[in-house]
Structures are given as structure tokens and as C-alpha cells.
Design a protein around this ligand. Structure first.
Ligand SMILES: *[C@@H]1O[C@H](CO)[C@@H](O)[C@H](O)[C@H]1NC(C)=O
Ligand SMILES: *[C@@H]1O[C@H](CO)[C@@H](O)[C@H](O)[C@H]1NC(C)=O
Length: 382
């Protein structure tokens, strides 16, 4: 398989390189090639990321178009909703938007309200124990609290252990008030997050903010793109997504294993973004932003291709197939995959970053980076 892809990929890059400059001879080519590589914006020795062969699209992972039956909420008014947070009374959804606004979507009336402008590009959302909204905003790289009553913003945290956040990403609040959150990578900003994916080195951190002391500590460092976070119902462990390595890690928070980590699910069929737990506590929902395939896995372990892809956004967009698929994986408490909900061609929705269960467990609210609506998907139709 890899041999075939090597030929295809080399042919693709040769064609594109040729379109940039008319080749005049082998010497020119070699010079041009080494110049290009030295101009790549990522480290000149990106990591070889060897993933196990991606799982076949059969059994639980069989392709399907179940997500195409979703209902579109707030279409045209909710802009690339990266994350969604239902309010505790079930009246509305908080939604993060690409234009720096947090909007409310009222479920009974289908009205959208421009609630609070935080600027930048707000990503992950959670509620604290007083039902104020906690937001990860990677434009200014701040963890922010927004008063539910007044909309007033308080900056909680911008750095830990002397390292400023680079791509603050997702957050969850425990019943004792501790706020767990991730910094995807301290090295690259949101606009070029994919450099971090290609470079394949561990710049991500899992952090915890203590509101009692106004301090932030590092729980885990050296994560290969730290993304979604979720707590188990009894809060004895926390899950975090490691996007580059296509897996979810379980960190024990209590008991004799406290502080120890283990793999919750390995070798996912895509690279994970956010993860959310249902209220009953027996299911997790994982949004897979990127599909995996033989080409992707090959690029991940081939530094020269990573340098080329990072060098030009046009090349990267040719390679990136995430706009044409949407995937949510349902997992049980043991990390066993139960069901995959997919739009296999991206006809209705694609590039999912989040899948949040409603408090009654009947629906998933899904959002992502291609479409301007939140999808409401009924879990009972399956
Ligand atoms: C909400 O924000 C959008 C985008 O900026 C704007 O077009 C719209 O007019 C705003 N709505 C209200 C009611 O202000
Ligand atoms: C919390 O600490 C940050 C610095 O880390 C500071 O800017 C902020 O004012 C503090 N907030 C409170 C409420 O003390």
C-alpha cells in the first residue's frame, strides 16, 4: 500500500513544484528543492509519527450517513460553532463562534442572541458550579470566566510554569471547582495549528486552574496536541484527547493510581478533537476532525512530506480531506467503541469538532469548522 502512495504523493508534489517554477535541469531542481525545505515554517526535523495501521471501515467503524438526518439549528447565524454548552435549565445553548462572539440559541423559539463578545476565536466551553461560563480563547490565549448574569469577563489564566498558552483549547469544571483545560500547543497559534500536527512533537499540556488560589498547575506535559477533556461521572478520572497520535488518554485523579495515565482508546479511525460525557455517565462522545487513511498515515511518518505540506497552504489543502467527512464516535466507560455516526461525504455537515449530549441524553448537539449551524442529532433513531 505504502509503495503506491509514495508514487502518488511524489507525483503530486512534483507536479505542484513544476507549476511553481519551470525546471531547467537536474541541478536547478536539487537546489530549488533544498531551498524549499529550508523555507518550511516548521522544525527542519519533524518527528516520525508511526501510528499503527488505521482500523478498517467495518464493524463499528463501517461508513454510514446517519448524521445526515440531523436538524439544523440557527443556520446562518451560528458561525463555525467549535463547541456547544447547554445551560443547566435546558432553555438555551451557549455556542462559540468564529467571529469572537458567544451566542445563545434558544431551543423553544429558535432565536439566536449575540450574547457576549470575547474577541479572538473562542473555542472550548464549560459551566462552573455557579453556572457561569468558562471559555478558552486562543486569540489572546486566555482562560476566561463570563458572568451568567452580567456577561462581565474575568481573565483567569494566561500561562503556567512561566510558559504562556499558545492554543488554549478545551475545558471542563469539576464539582470541587477545579477547572481542567488544555493548551493544544505552546508553539504554534490557532491560524497555523496544523504546523503542530505536521511537526509531530509534544508541545501540548493538560492544566488545572484552582479558583481558590488563583493559580494554574501543569498536570501533564509533552502531549502531542492536547485537545478535548472530559471527566468521569464520579470524577475519579479525566480523559484527554491527543490529536496527533489518534488516541484518548485516561488520567486517574483519585485512588491508588492517582496521577497515573493509561491509554483509554488507541488507534482511532480519525484524529480526535473534543470529547463530552452524557449525564448518566455511561457514554462519551468523541468528534473526529480528521479521517485517517493510508496517505495520512504515510505522511505522518515521512518528514520530507511534512516539510513540503507545511511550506505551502495550497499543498496542505489538497492533502486535507477533513472538509468531506463528519464523524462522531460513541464510547462506553471502558473506552470500547459502540457506535459511529457519520456523514461520509460531508453532504450535510463536516469537520466536526464537538458532539455534546443533551441533558436527557436524547440528542447530540454537533458543531465544527465548515458549517454555520449547530446540528441536533437524535440518538434514539439508531
Ligand atoms: C449578531 O451578530 C451578527 C454578526 O456580527 C450581525 O450580523 C447581527 O446583526 C447581530 N444581531 C443583532 C441582533 O445585533
Ligand atoms: C489571578 O492571577 C493573575 C495572574 O496570574 C492576575 O492577573 C489576576 O488579577 C488574578 N486574579 C485575581 C482575582 O486575583
Amino acid at each position: 500500500m505504502a509503495g503506491v502512495f509514495k508514487v502518488v504523493v511524489s507525483g503530486l508534489f512534483a507536479a505542484i513544484l513544476a507549476s511553481y517554477n519551470e525546471p531547467r535541469g537536474a541541478q536547478d531542481w536539487a537546489t530549488r528543492y533544498s531551498e524549499l525545505l529550508s523555507q518550511s515554517p516548521i522544525d527542519d526535523d519533524p518527528a516520525v509519527v508511526n501510528l499503527p495501521p488505521y482500523p478498517a471501515a467495518k464493524g463499528v467503524y463501517k461508513h454510514n450517513d446517519k448524521l445526515q438526518s440531523l436538524t439544523k439549528l440557527g443556520e446562518g447565524e451560528l458561525l463555525l460553532p467549535e463547541d456547544v454548552q447547554p445551560d443547566p435549565t435546558g432553555t438555551f445553548l451557549y455556542v462559540t463562534n468564529q467571529d469572537g462572539w458567544i451566542r445563545k440559541y434558544y431551543l423553544a423559539t429558535a432565536k439566536v442572541e449575540n450574547w457576549t463578545y470575547v474577541g479572538g476565536r473562542p473555542l472550548g466551553l464549560a459551566l462552573d458550579n455557579a453556572a457561569n461560563l468558562i471559555v478558552c480563547e486562543p486569540g489572546q490565549n486566555q482562560l476566561i470566566q463570563i458572568s451568567k448574569d452580567t456577561g462581565v469577563k474575568t481573565i483567569l489564566s494566561t500561562e503556567a510554569e512561566g510558559v504562556k498558552y499558545g492554543l488554549i483549547d478545551e475545558v471542563i469544571v469539576a464539582s470541587d471547582g477545579l477547572i481542567y483545560f488544555t493548551d493544544g500547543t505552546y508553539k504554534y497559534p490557532l491560524a497555523t495549528w496544523w504546523y503542530d500536527l505536521l511537526e509531530g512533537k509534544p508541545h501540548g499540556r493538560l492544566l488545572v486552574y484552582d479558583p481558590k488560589t488563583n493559580t494554574t498547575s501543569v498536570l501533564v506535559k509533552n502531549i502531542q496536541f492536547a485537545n478535548g477533556v472530559a471527566l468521569s461521572k464520579s470524577e475519579d478520572y479525566l480523559l484527554y484527547c491527543e490529536s496527533t497520535t489518534a488516541r484518548v488518554i485516561k488520567l486517574h485523579l483519585k485512588g491508588s493510581n492517582k496521577g497515573k495515565s493509561e491509554v483509554f482508546i488507541n488507534n482511532l479511525p480519525g484524529h480526535p478533537d473534543n470529547i463530552h460525557r452524557n449525564k448518566a455517565g455511561d457514554r462519551f462522545y468523541l468528534a473526529l476532525l480528521f479521517n485517517r487513511n493510508a496517505l495520512y498515515d504515510f505522511v505522518f511518518k515521512t518528514p520530507v512530506l511534512k516539510l513540503l505540506l507545511a511550506w505551502d497552504e495550497k499543498l496542505y489543502s489538497l492533502y486535507d480531506n477533513s472538509p468531506s467527512i463528519a464523524r462522531v464516535l460513541e464510547l462506553d466507560e471502558e473506552g470500547k467503541p459502540l457506535r459511529l455516526f457519520e456523514d461520509s461525504t460531508g453532504k450535510v455537515i463536516a469537520m466536526l469538532t464537538t458532539a455534546v449530549p443533551s441533558s436527557d441524553g436524547r440528542y447530540l448537539y454537533v458543531g465544527g469548522l465548515r458549517d454555520n449551524f449547530v446540528g441536533r442529532f437524535s440518538l434514539s433513531t439508531d
